[in-house]
Design a binder for this molecule. Structure first.
Ligand code: SAM
Ligand code: SF4
Length: 326
């Protein structure tokens, strides 16, 4: 699958729900958001047909996301079906980790390769301030369970924010000194207006790298295959790695290799654009095969060369991250 800008598209992110058991201030308003009506959410069977079509076209990696994917019942069964698709795509999961300790073993048995756990602080009170819910201990238990069950390498995603948790960048980096985790720092993305942190809260990738260098000299890690947009480093002799993801600043879009499907069945060519292609009419008419593939091809064809954040006419979109899947 090649787009008009010469990029190979081999990665599909599937959002299985827009619901969540946290209310992270940069992602959701306190009162939550009106949930998509039950009948509008794609069934696992429908999501599987979309995934199968994408894999036929050349997609090699499927990420299950949300909302919080582990709040949807039967997720391990869905993972099992995905991993049984012809072509054996790699199946990975992004989760806030709250329910991971309970589900890690069955997810592994179902064919999940590994997990990305989102965690922005290692301090219990701050966790509650950022996510508006308690739960740090459960997330830490989830990380341990992931490792114990072979969902490795464990990847930890942190969004550093000025005056919120920037003082913990080094604490997170230190985790790589004695664990073979990949700790990834992701630039805050002002994707939807009205959330708690203003755009100036964003720490640029360069500022994050400068902060990481305070702990010791950073060795660049050569990228293997589709590393996506992360810049990778390690400290000399450390088992773990560091990733810095310049989601907003320059070098991100040229590496873009992905499409997204929202829980209500819209294909998104670009995270930062509200252009969407509705899969539901085709799915619900019971059509499959070529019609579905054509919609995927149309989404690939519609991928813009780059996002427009920072441009004078850029306006945050209508969906929040929880409605897109990150
Ligand atoms: N609930 C799951 C989780 O938190 O991992 C999966 C969905 S969540 C929307 C996916 C990722 O998006 C998380 O790592 C979260 O930190 C990130 N995210 C949400 N809003 C963001 C924002 N405004 N800027 C940067 N990352 C954001
Ligand atoms: Fe939920 Fe993930 Fe958004 Fe936090 S970032 S509110 S855990 S969807």
């Amino acid at each position: 699958l090649q787009d008009r800008h010469g990029r190979t598209i081999d990665y599909l992110r599937l959002s299985v729900t827009d619901r969540c058991n946290l209310r992270c201030r940069y992602c959701m308003p306190e009162e939550g958001v009106p949930s998509i009506a039950h009948g509008q959410v794609l069934s696992y069977e429908e999501l599987l047909r979309v995934a199968a079509a994408a894999v036929r076209l050349g997609v090699r990696k499927l990420r299950v996301t949300g909302g919080e994917p582990l709040v949807r019942r039967g997720l391990a069964g869905f993972v099992r079906q995905l991993s049984a698709l012809p072509g054996q795509p790699e199946i990975v999961l992004t989760t806030n980790g709250l329910l991971l300790a309970e589900h890690a073993a069955e997810l592994r048995a179902a064919g999940l390769s590994r997990v990305n756990v989102s965690l922005d602080t290692l301090r219990a009170e701050r966790f509650e301030a950022i996510t508006r819910r308690p739960g740090l201990e459960r997330v830490l238990a989830g990380l341990e369970a992931a490792e114990r069950n072979g969902l490795v390498p464990v990847k930890l995603n942190m969004v550093p924010l000025r005056r919120v948790n920037e003082d913990e960048i080094v604490d997170f980096a230190r985790l790589t000194l004695n664990r073979s985790w990949e700790v990834r720092f992701i630039e805050y993305m002002p994707v939807s207006g009205g959330l708690d942190y203003p755009p100036e809260s964003r720490l640029s990738a360069d500022a994050i790298v400068a902060e990481l260098a305070r702990l010791g000299p950073l060795e660049p890690v050569p990228r293997t295959g589709a590393a996506g947009p992360a810049r990778l480093f390690r400290y000399g002799g450390a088992p773990g790695r560091l990733g810095v993801i310049p989601a907003v600043s320059s070098h991100f879009c040229g590496e873009c290799n992905r499409l997204r499907v929202t829980a209500d069945g819209r294909l998104r060519p670009c995270l930062f654009s509200d252009e969407e292609i509705d899969l539901k009419p085709v799915l619900r008419a019971g059509r499959d095969g070529r019609p579905l593939e054509e919609l995927l091809l149309a989404a690939v064809g519609a991928k813009p060369e780059a996002h427009r954040i920072g441009a004078d006419d850029f306006r945050p979109g209508g969906r929040r991250m929880q409605g897109i899947g990150g």
